[in-house]
Design a protein around this ligand. Structure first.
Ligand SMILES: [Zn+2]
Length: 525
């Protein structure tokens, strides 16, 4: 007797094997049988004829650390078929959370109104348990947290004692089950770290066979040097490297892709475990102030705001942006603001606002950042479609949304966030499979077995007897994203059913309210 029997679907099991028609029997939280199960009884029968059945998708690059505490249903992710999210990317995680780091993240997520009583990963796991969660979470530890907990947001190197403290703090989180460390080397305080500091910390990650995921120091002008640094950190510490959201940012850097591939593939040949992830869009999204020169950030938000209020500094800033013409400013879209006064600018580019207000783009930028106290999310249109396709084709490329879970209601429905938070996985299965950039088997593999192996996630990522019943049923003919830059809060098409650990979370496009997920802990030998 099965709890759920899925009959007649075409199974794409995650391994690159061609799809095959078979039934799947689920008992409690595991896959109990695969094959012709017509003779077996079950409590629930799911007719999957005409549908594809695959392992639940693993979003290897997610930022849902805090948003799942606001809304544990993880709506915009699970409705894409995502059943596991790797959180704590780009140097920023929910744990550890002490001192200046806690102050900063409370400020960053002020609109979420969260208590944040925890200090370490164990505390965060307890917090998630209290509210429950629809999907599984795989935690990475942000290097930015480690550094900010010990040194704050100052641009200075750690003393020997501080370095030891950072290592201890990281080691403690890894012992509690983290899967590795992430860096965000364009953001403070990650940007202040030397390569040596990263190697020292990666050596601690190695003790636990974790991974090193990096939002690199540059994705445009310094892309090649940045890739070399990421590989160097992995090679020196003997840690597996994940290059986050690989891209060639800015038209003048599009030509660098083949050199980037050569570096990565050369490292793979030397035996370094290097892989990349990518979202299927050609615009990026991050804080608007990331466009400013790094000298403006040092010392934290208050110091940054002080500088932006200083007319002399702002005057100098205009000359820093001489390389940006109207076309470039029209590629920077204001996505999210915090105050109602500036709400009307959401969805408009800096160029469009400057035309409306008849003031120069740099003034628009500074005015917005000052009046919003830096809390402006932006979308930057700077990538090449051709390069995106070349990246998706690589056997070491996985799919990551680079987004937190959102919802069509409540606080998570605010602003115009990048549509990738709603559309990443269906967009690959729809647009990029139809365009023959990848086959359906390859697409599923990049979302399932490949990231499960990379992260060391056990018993997930493949449809096999004994594996957890994390499954997605989708219509391969209609699956597609619907979220756009102007109207991002829209769920995809074609995702019929999503099951997490044997419990149905999405049925006929609706969330059942089930919260069967949990924070997974790394098991190391
Ligand atoms: Zn990033």
């Amino acid at each position: 007797m099965f709890d759920i029997k899925i009959v007649g679907g075409k199974i794409y099991n995650g391994t690159l094997a061609p799809g095959f028609v078979a039934d799947i029997g689920i008992k409690i939280d595991k896959i109990e049988a695969i094959g012709d199960l017509s003779q077996s009884e079950s409590h629930e029968l799911v007719d999957a004829r005409g549908l594809a059945v695959s392992p639940g998708f693993i979003d290897i690059h997610s930022h849902s650390d805090f948003s799942v505490l606001v809304n544990p249903k993880a709506e915009s992710k699970v409705r894409q078929g995502v059943t596991t999210e790797v959180i704590g990317n780009c140097g920023m995680s929910a744990a550890p959370l002490i001192g200046k780091c806690k102050e900063h993240l409370k400020e960053t997520y002020a609109n979420y109104n969260l208590e944040m009583p925890w200090e370490d990963l164990r505390g965060y796991i307890d917090q998630v348990k209290k509210g429950g969660v629809a999907v599984n979470l795989v935690p990475l530890i942000g290097h930015g947290n480690i550094r900010a907990c010990v040194l704050g947001y100052e641009n200075k190197p750690p003393t020997a004692a501080q370095m030891e403290k950072m290592k201890e703090l990281l080691r403690a989180q890894l012992k509690q089950g983290a899967f590795g460390m992430s860096t965000g080397l364009i953001y403070p305080p990650g940007t202040y770290a030397t390569t040596d500091e990263l190697v020292e910390l990666a050596k601690v990650v190695e003790e636990f066979q974790g991974i090193y995921a990096s939002h690199m120091r540059s994705e445009g002008a310094g892309l090649i040097e940045a890739i070399k640094e990421a590989i160097f950190v992995g090679e020196r510490s003997n840690v597996s490297v994940q290059i986050s959201h690989l891209k060639t940012s800015g038209e003048s850097h599009w030509g660098k892709l083949s050199e980037a591939f050569a570096l990565i593939e050369g490292a793979i040949q030397r035996g370094v475990d290097v892989a990349v992830d990518r979202y299927p869009y050609i615009a990026s999204s991050t804080d608007l102030d990331s466009i400013l020169p790094a000298s403006l950030y040092a010392g934290g938000n208050e110091k940054e705001l002080e500088r932006l209020r200083d007319p002399q500094i702002v005057e100098k800033l205009s000359s820093e942006f001489l390389h940006m013409n109207d076309k470039d400013w029209n590629r920077v879209m204001v996505a999210t603001v915090a105050t109602d006064a500036n709400r009307k600018y959401e969805g408009l580019t800096i160029y469009e606002i400057s035309q409306m207000k008849k003031i120069p783009p740099v003034k628009v930028l500074v005015d917005l950042l000052v009046s919003e106290k830096l809390k402006v999310g932006a979308v930057f249109f700077g990538m090449s479609e051709e390069n995106l396709r070349l990246i998706l084709k690589k056997p070491y490329a996985m799919i990551g949304s680079d987004s937190s879970a959102r919802a069509h209601y409540g606080i998570l429905a605010s602003g115009k966030p990048h549509p990738r938070g709603y559309g990443t996985f269906p967009r690959v299965l729809g647009k990029y499979v139809k365009d023959k950039v990848v086959s359906l088997e390859e697409a599923v593999h990049k979302m399932t077995q490949l990231p499960a192996r990379k992260m060391g996630i056990e018993k997930r990522g493949v449809i096999e007897q004994g594996m957890y019943a994390d499954l997605v049923l989708f219509d391969p003919l209609t699956v597609d994203d619907t979220a756009t830059y102007q109207h991002p809060h829209q769920y995809p098409l074609g995702i019929k059913m999503v099951i997490v650990a044997g419990e149905v979370v999405i049925r006929d496009g609706s969330h059942t309210g089930a919260l069967p997920g949990k924070v997974l802990r790394k098991v190391y030998a």
